[in-house]
Design a protein around this ligand. Structure first.
Ligand code: XIL
Length: 606
């Protein structure tokens, strides 16, 4: 239960015994707020980073734990058998001590970064055990009392989680090389905390099950292990539950908790959040959400004692190296190339402040954007209402429509119940009407069960009932509403959950049986009422929030992909095409939902 506190108290004592604590500043720093939350915040450092004063300043100001990015790996620290090169790591340890940082040593045993003499050696079990012992005792002994935590073994489970990885150590010694490594480390520094570290074992799955079984075995055999490091090299949106993210909070929590039940600590040891393509504003926000969810899970699990990022600045991330990632634009850390804090930084800082009961750093709306399952709301400015009576903010033309909920609507072709629901005019598109007499005004709202659409079409000549309503409805007067309910607003093809809902004016003569068409439209279980008006026609429609393919729970600021279009005919076939979203200039929404804008739910009772 009090593992976290104990670890923290011991750590604070160590810090207090160190030289001069950092002085209080105007704005809180990560490390100050982390301390208030009984957690360490760390980062990986490469010796050459210390040549840059800006790097040094950021590092000392924001972090209270340091991991050597490469300096303690065997290929650096014992390049030749028996010849130890302590200098680079010594420099980092000295820096950490000068800046009251705890050192998380990484790593004693790893199948990578093995020096040639070791990698290419051919040793008997006894010889290999002796080499393992010499290496560990010498390195851990050298830093005794100065390196608080050691990743004793790194990545010993096979990539997919199918058992122990075949490594030279495993080949020479056998599976008990792990037990021996931990024992040697414990003998060399009985006070150091000894960790097993791995990647891809963060959530629940084959790999984390294998890691769990491995460390459980160590614990049961009384091997001196104190913790598990979850590397957390993830990709944008990996933490989003709605998208089935492999590091969704509930999966991460469950994993940390089961490790905690073995009496082990957990640390997030190498977090970075990669992405494909350009670093757009959307990805920036989404990445912030990913960092925040992982930190939040760490804070809210008893066993989690540290949160470490794999570097300070995007500029120096290992993921900019083509050897490790094929995206040269990767920007996976908390600080950008110029050491400016990114949304991810503020996401973590704000969380730490709130959890410590201090003033929030971000507004609730800023946090909501980061935490939305798509992050797509980022391009949308702060919502404003030009008319205070209006139930939701003004829409952002062609980009976002705020749909109020819950609002009582009856599907009767009347508009009195649509009072104060924002109206949007659609009068532009790829095929404008010749005589400029056709346009539409739409509105959308939800109650507890249904999503409602209203379209007021201005059209001096109604043309309907002359085409097959199933296949050619769009060639005559008709309204189209589109929804992308999948949560993936960038989706570029129709999948279940994306619908094009074509509602022809022909419904004027078909009150008992709704006419509709369009991609996946049968999934929408639509009801329609169409009435003729003085200037054209009106369509009122509803779809259930729960169908066989979607569950649309209106939540404040939750976005859906959304599009509106109008087909107009002045004689035979369609000669007008008006489209609401600014992204679709070519009338391609029927095949590509990434061209939709957004419908953002707005809670009128909040
Ligand atoms: C990486 C370093 O960042 C690179 O500089 C080096 O070239 C290769 O190793 N998992 C680990 C880390 O445990 O040690 C790795 O660090 C990144 C993946």
């Amino acid at each position: 239960m009090f593992l976290k506190q104990m670890f923290w108290i011991v750590g604070v004592l160590v810090l207090l015994l160190g030289t001069g604590r950092s002085t209080a500043q105007d704005t809180p720093t990560l490390r100050e707020l982390a301390e208030q939350n009984n957690i360490y915040i760390g980062t990986a450092v490469y010796t050459y980073h210390l040549d840059d004063p800006v790097h040094v300043e950021t590092l000392g100001r924001e972090f209270n734990m340091l991991t050597p990015e490469n300096e303690a790996k065997a290929c650096v620290i014992q390049p030749e058998q028996g010849k130890f090169n302590f200098e680079p790591f010594d420099e980092l340890v000295a820096f950490a001590e000068d800046h009251d940082m705890v050192v998380h040593g990484h790593t004693l045993v790893w199948h990578q970064c093995m020096p040639d003499w070791l990698q290419n050696g051919d040793f008997s079990r006894e010889e290999a055990i002796q080499i393992l012992k010499d290496h560990i005792s010498t390195v851990v002994g050298h830093y005794k009392g100065r390196v608080k935590i050691w990743d004793v073994v790194n990545e010993a489970i096979a990539g997919s989680g199918t058992g122990l990885r075949e490594t030279p150590w495993q080949r020479w010694i056998g599976d008990d090389y792990l037990d021996l490594a931990f024992q040697f480390a414990h003998e060399a520094d009985p006070d150091a905390l000894l960790f097993y570290n791995d990647y891809g074992a963060e959530g629940i799955g084959a790999k984390s099950d294998a890691v769990y079984e491995l460390v459980k075995g160590l614990v049961e055999r009384d091997v001196p292990i104190n913790g598990v490091g979850l590397q957390m090299h993830i990709t944008v949106k990996d933490t989003v539950s709605e998208l089935g993210g492999r590091v969704a909070p509930e999966k991460l929590r469950q994993n940390i908790e089961r490790l905690g039940e073995l009496g082990l600590q957990v640390q997030i040891t190498e977090m970075d959040v990669a992405f494909l393509g350009q670093f757009t504003e959307e990805i920036r926000q989404q990445q912030a959400g990913d960092f925040r969810r992982v930190m939040e899970t760490c804070l809210n699990t008893e066993a989690c004692t540290a949160f470490i990022t794999w570097g300070v600045s995007d500029k120096l991330s290992w993921l900019r190296d083509p050897q490790y990632s094929d995206n040269p634009n990767n920007a996976p850390l908390l600080f950008d190339e110029s050491y400016q804090p990114k949304p991810a930084y503020y996401a973590v800082l704000d969380l730490l402040a709130r959890q410590a009961g201090l003033e929030p750093i971000l507004s609730d709306d800023e946090v909501a954007v980061m935490m939305s399952s798509t992050g797509a709301a980022a391009d949308i400015p702060e919502p404003t209402k030009s008319d205070p009576a209006q139930l939701a903010p003004d829409s952002v033309p062609g980009v976002a429509y705020y749909a109020p909920f819950p609002v009582a609507i009856t599907l009767d072709g009347q508009t009195d119940d649509w009072a104060n629901i924002p109206r949007v005019t659609v009068d532009s598109g790829p095929v404008l009407p010749a005589d400029n007499d056709t346009s539409m005004i739409f509105a959308v709202a939800a109650d507890a069960k249904m999503l409602y659409f209203l379209a007021e079409v201005q059209d001096s000549k109604l043309v309907y009932g002359t085409h097959d309503p199933a296949s050619e409805w769009y060639l005559e007067d008709s309204v189209e509403f589109y929804l992308n309910t999948t949560g993936d607003l960038k989706l570029a093809a129709y999948e279940p959950g994306v619908v094009q809902l074509g509602l022809p004016a022909a419904n004027l003569t078909q009150p008992e049986q709704p006419l509709f068409g369009g991609g996946n439209s049968a999934d929408a279980q639509v009801s329609v009422v169409a009435v003729e008006t003085e200037t054209g026609y009106r369509v009122e429609a509803s779809v259930p929030l729960l169908t066989k393919v979607w569950l649309l729970k209106p939540k404040h600021l939750k976005p859906l992909g959304f599009q509106v279009a109008l087909n107009g005919s002045s004689g035979t076939d369609r000669d007008t095409k008006l489209i609401w979203s600014v992204y679709d200039t070519q009338d391609q929404s029927w095949s590509n939902p990434s061209l939709f804008g957004q419908l953002i739910f707005w809670d009128v009772k909040r």
